[in-house]
Design a protein around this ligand. Structure first.
Ligand code: SF4
Length: 346
């Protein structure tokens, strides 16, 4: 399990006010009829050796953030800075050599590995593409180290992806990401499709590799129970925006946004007698084509009041490293339901 970062390394990734609005076109001439506001002003930094988890329900825009960083499409606005260099506006040619520094592990280990390539070819591809080794002997030595690192037997290198279990395939996906010697790995729901016990093994493997190699990890997940055991910091997304950001302990012990509290309500508590202030989420996430006015969470928030329906709350500092966007924090503490449990505990 990762412990909180007190002295983070240098920034590897900075995302500044990132926006991705997808145009909705229709008609004979492809007229723009509206926009999907998938990501609407997201900012965060990840340091060397640190894990930042981006969490939220499906459809909140967290995977779009990952794809925007990977430059799978052009961004609408904002900046993506990798190792001090802006990459959001680079041409495909200028971006190519930098791609080795950001690798990705996807959710589905079945579809993310080419079924017509043996493990040897899958892992050798990034090594040769990025010129990290040449000649059979040198490449084989690297492949052996990679297999050791992810806990797969070396003699499995000549097997096909379909010959492995889901967890083993995800280990191959991690080995492929490591083969490029990246600074940052984006794990996009990387353990969601796995059985519970296998999930824990893969999460432990990622934590071990992070400590050994000083990797920065962007862990995109809807599963707060998994995040709790492996993250240093958490950013909570709702309808294209970050609504709360803090260290693992701040988010789990003292959440300052009703949406974060609602997500935590769904996490099983090991102690059945443990008290937890519960907020049960009702309804679906509204459409990002026409997000609610004011606070985007107001249609589902049990504490919404008039101001929430007209004025969008800004992210405000709650503590060192901890920000949240909610009008309730303008009220006196005694009238703030988010603080009720904490005040009673004092
Ligand atoms: Fe709920 Fe209002 Fe806070 Fe939004 S600003 S989370 S609607 S109380």
């Amino acid at each position: 399990m990762n412990t909180p970062v007190t002295h983070p390394g240098e920034p590897i990734l900075q995302v500044n006010d990132l926006k991705k609005h997808f145009a909705i076109t229709g008609g004979l001439f492809g007229t723009i009829k509206g926009f999907v506001f998938a990501v609407d002003g997201v900012s965060f930094t990840i340091h060397r050796g640190e894990t930042l988890s981006l969490v939220g329900e499906s459809g909140c825009g967290k995977s779009t953030v990952g794809k925007a960083i990977l430059r799978l499409f052009t961004v609408t606005d904002g900046q993506v800075v990798l190792n001090g260099q802006r990459i959001d506006q680079l041409s495909a040619g200028a971006l190519r050599p930098l791609r080795k520094n950001i690798q990705v592990v996807f959710q589905d280990p079945f579809s993310s590995l080419n079924p017509r390539m043996r493990v040897r070819e899958i892992l050798a591809e990034p090594i040769t593409n990025f010129g990290l080794a040449s000649g059979r002997e040198e490449i084989d030595a690297r492949l052996a180290v990679l297999m050791d690192k992810v806990g797969l037997p070396r003699d499995a290198i000549n097997r096909w992806p379909h010959e492995f279990s889901g967890g083993q395939r995800q280990r191959i996906g991690i080995a492929r990401a490591l083969a490029a010697e990246p600074d940052l790995i984006i794990c996009d729901e990387a353990v969601s499709a796995l059985d519970v016990s296998v999930k824990a093994q893969i999460v432990n493997l990622l934590c071990d590799l992070q400590q050994e190699l000083g990797l920065a990890l962007l862990f995109i997940s809807h599963d707060l129970a998994i995040v709790e055991h492996m993250t240093h910091r958490i950013a909570v997304m709702y309808l294209g925006k970050i609504v709360e950001k803090g260290t693992r302990d701040q988010i789990f012990r003292a959440p300052m946004h009703p949406y974060t509290k609602a997500l935590l309500s769904a996490v099983p508590v090991p102690d059945p007698d443990a008290k937890r202030d519960r907020i049960l989420l009702t309804g679906d996430v509204p459409s990002p084509i026409n997000p609610p006015k004011g606070c985007r969470f107001n249609t589902r928030c049990p504490y919404a009041f008039d101001r929430c329906r007209v004025e969008e709350p800004e992210l405000r500092q709650m503590a060192h490293h901890h920000v949240a966007a909610c009008h309730l924090h303008d009220r006196p503490n005694a009238e703030n339901p988010l603080l009720a449990g904490m005040l009673n505990d004092v």
